[in-house]
Structure formats: C-alpha cells, structure tokens
Design a protein around this ligand. Sequence first.
Ligand code: FAD
Length: 486
Amino acid sequence: MKTAGVVGAGIGGIAAAIRLAVKGYRVEVFEGNSYPGGKLSSFEINGYRFDAGPSLFTMPQLVDDLFRLAGKNPTDYFQYQKLPETCRYFYEDGTRFTADAEPALLAKTIEKYLGEPAEQVLAHLRDSAVKYEVTEKLFLHRSLHKVGTYFNRDALKGYLNLGKLDAFRSMNQANSSRFTDPRAVQLFNRYATYNGSDPYQTPATMNIIPHLEYNIGAFFPKGGMVAITNSLVKLAEDLGVTFHYTSPVEKLLIDGKRISGVQVKGEALSYDIVISNMDVVNTFRKLLPDARQPERILRQPKSSSALIFYWGVKKQFPELGLHNIFFSKDYATEFHHIFQQKTIHHDPTVYINITAKYEPNDAPAGGENWFVMVNAPANDGQDWGTLIAETRQNILTKISRQLGENIETLIEAEDVLDPRLIESRTSSSQGALYGNSSNNRFAAFLRHANFSRQFNNLYFVGGSVHPGGGVPLCLLSAKIATEMVK
Ligand code: FAD
C-alpha cells in the first residue's frame, strides 16, 4: 500500500487526506495544534460558542463532493441550509436594509434604499456569472502551472472570452462606472475583502465573487462552520486516515529529488508522497531551509488579515441577522490605511456574525455570540497592543451609536484574535487570511503551484497556494493536488 504524510489538518489538508485515502493510500496527518481545522475551528467561553475564523459558507457542493467521492451519503455526516438573506447593511448616513438572497428581490431592495436601478444590479450579477463561467474551468479546477491547462477546449473558450474578465481596471473603477450611488459602489466593492484584497487595486475580475453569494447562494452549516471540519475529519477517520495532534512537523527530509518523509518530535517517518498544508512561505522557510527558495513567489505582498473580538452579549438584537455589516463612511481611506499605511482606520467597516440566530444553543438564554471583525493589515510588527485597544473603542462607539445601546455594558465574555495570533496558531505567513494578496492582475500566476518543481513527490494545498484562500478554494486545491498524484 502506498503511503502519504500530510503536514497540517487545515481544511485543505483534511480534504487532501480524504482524496488520497479514496485513491487507496494509507494516510497520516500531522497537526501542530491539539485540534483540527486550523482557521476553521471553534471554541467556547462561559457558555458562548464561537467559530474562530470563517463565517460565510459558499459552494457547499465542494464539501458534499468529498462524501460522494468516498461513496457516502453527505447528509449522514453534514447538513446545511440556504440562507434567505445574505447580509444586513448599516450605513453611516442612517440607511439600513436587509439584502435578500434572491437576486430579483435584492435588486428591488437596492433600488428602494439606494435609488440604484434594479436592472443595473441584475446586470452586475449577470456579468459576475459570466466571469465565473470563464474562469471556473481554466483557473479553479486545474493547475495554472501545467502546460495541459492551456491546450484544451475549456481553455480555448476561456481565451475567446478573456476580455469579459475586465482585468485592466480596478474593481472600484468598474463598480463606479456601473453604479451612481456611492453606497451601492461600496456594497459591491466589499466583495474584494472576500479574498483579502483592496477594491481600489484588485482587478475588476474579482467581481466574480458576488456570483457565489447571490447566484449560487450563501449557506449555514448545522452546528456552525466548525461542522465542516468535524464532519470531514469523521469521514477521513472512517476511511482509515490517522490524525496525530500536537505533532508539529519539524522538517521535510530531502533525498535528492524526493522528499523521503517528515521529521516529527525528532523521529524520521517515511512516506511515498508528502502534502504540505502549511503556508507555502513557512513550508520553504522552516521545513525546507536547505532547498532552493522560490523567492519571487514567497515575497509577494500578503492579503489582509483581521482583528476579531468575540463578545458574549447578554441581550438579543432582533435588528441583527447572521451576517451584518456596519460600513465605514470613507471606504477609500479605510483601505488606504490597511494596504498603504498598514494600520487600521479610526472608522473601520465592522462585520458582526451571530450564529445564535440559527443555533440558539450557541449562547445562553437571552444572549448572543457576537463575532466582531474588522479588516486589518498583515502582521508587519505593528504596535498591536495599542491598535487593538483603540480599535475596540472605535468599534464600540460606532455600533453603540448605530444600535442605540451601550454595547460595552452588555459584554459578559470576551476573547480577541489578531494577526500575530493567526500567524502563531496556523503558521500563516504574517497572519494573512488568504496567502498572497490578489491586488494585481498577475496575482493568480504568482501563487505557488500545487506541486513542487524541485521534489517530485511533494504537493501543496491550502489558502496560500493555487487557486487561493477561502474554504471553497482550499477544497479545490486538494482536488487539483491529489489529481496530479499518479
Ligand atoms: P489553515 O486553516 O491555514 O490551517 C493550516 C493547519 O496546518 C493549521 O492547523 C496549522 O496548525 C497546521 N500546521 C501548519 N504548520 C504545521 C506543521 N509544521 N506541522 C503540523 N501542522 C502544521 N473563508 C471563507 O470561505 N469564508 C469566510 O467567511 C472566511 N472568513 C475568515 C475569517 C477569518 C478570521 C479567517 C482567519 C479566515 C477566514 N476565511 C474565510 C479563510 C479560510 O478560513 C481559510 O482560507 C482556510 O480555512 C484555510 O485553510 P488551509 O487549508 O489553508 O489551512
């Protein structure tokens, strides 16, 4: 039986382990933490349960695919529901509305509250769908680093439609030319943050993202986001995969043009193939310091990170939903602070996720579990202590004003996650949420491939490599990498 060693039990590593087990490999996964999931994990304080990282679930079929691939019925392991609304929006001028998940209703709502013709919104979503169609087969399901990707019918179709990707202007330029109301521009510019980009720099190609949320849909897993991790770990174990927790891999062992295995707790363990789910920068810097370092790729600027306050709030707010956004007044200045000044603006856009809206047991009776996040720069050694204290106060002032309630007095449990902690807990370079930034039109080509050119049995999965960060793309990275394994 062939053997595989997987470094890291993030969602990419778990998905790769499942796919290899289905191929007949004996798979062992080594995880530095005492729990699986990396960013996609969960914790509890004083009766309040929190998903630690991701909160928006799109493309659930990619999770289902893994159960089906293994010959199992997905709903025996994992259940989810489609959300009837995507987000509740709050603007500084007092405008507030709920974005319906149904495109036609969303368009009507935007027309009613922002004065933007419904047809413009629908045209935007149609364009988003076209962009997705052009990129899906070419970029998302295949390696960009194999010649075969560029010579097939899908690729040819893609080339003929490359103009539709709108790669030569920024997302903000495209959205400002489509919409007249700055609040509508802000709403659609926000999708750049779904892969940690700056809407004022990232190409308009990223207008592909609303397609996922509106045309395909946003979902909520029963049991919260961590149910994705837990159900896939269960599937992997049912397939015979072994997970070793609190077992950081210290080194990848080089044997000429092969990786002969991994070193864990000083012990050398041999495998036929090795898959790294550790951030690719740290895989090279820490596990392969003697190998040639692909500097151009490793030195690319990083995506944004995040500052998160987990608040157990002893009151319920019917005006809030599962996903809520309190926009900043000046989006351009906010992003200038994150990407140029590498700090957090005093008026940040605040995202609040409350899973207790769907899972009442996630909070004690009468309370709500608030996951309160602002976009933050990747860790460059900023004075985080000061930034966290100032931002906490700014958030409290902003949302207390908007909700007409002194929020600070309602917080009875609290924890904080900052870019340094994201870095130390998941080994993500600079605590970036999505690996390299996608702020230029060549970004897709400057992510590391899902295989190694130096070592013929080493593969890479997860948010720092092709096709990118976010749960769906990490799942696709596992598909691409393991399909290359002979
Ligand atoms: P990671 O989660 O990065 O985990 C890597 C794992 O490898 C970790 O468990 C780590 O301990 C382990 N590891 C690293 N090095 C070693 C080693 N040497 N030995 C052993 N183990 C090692 N995505 C969405 O789709 N929707 C969202 O709403 C969303 N919001 C987010 C919000 C936040 C705050 C964060 C942090 C992320 C968010 N993301 C979101 C992004 C998403 O969480 C990630 O893209 C995805 O979970 C990354 O998975 P990964 O496979 O790269 O592994």
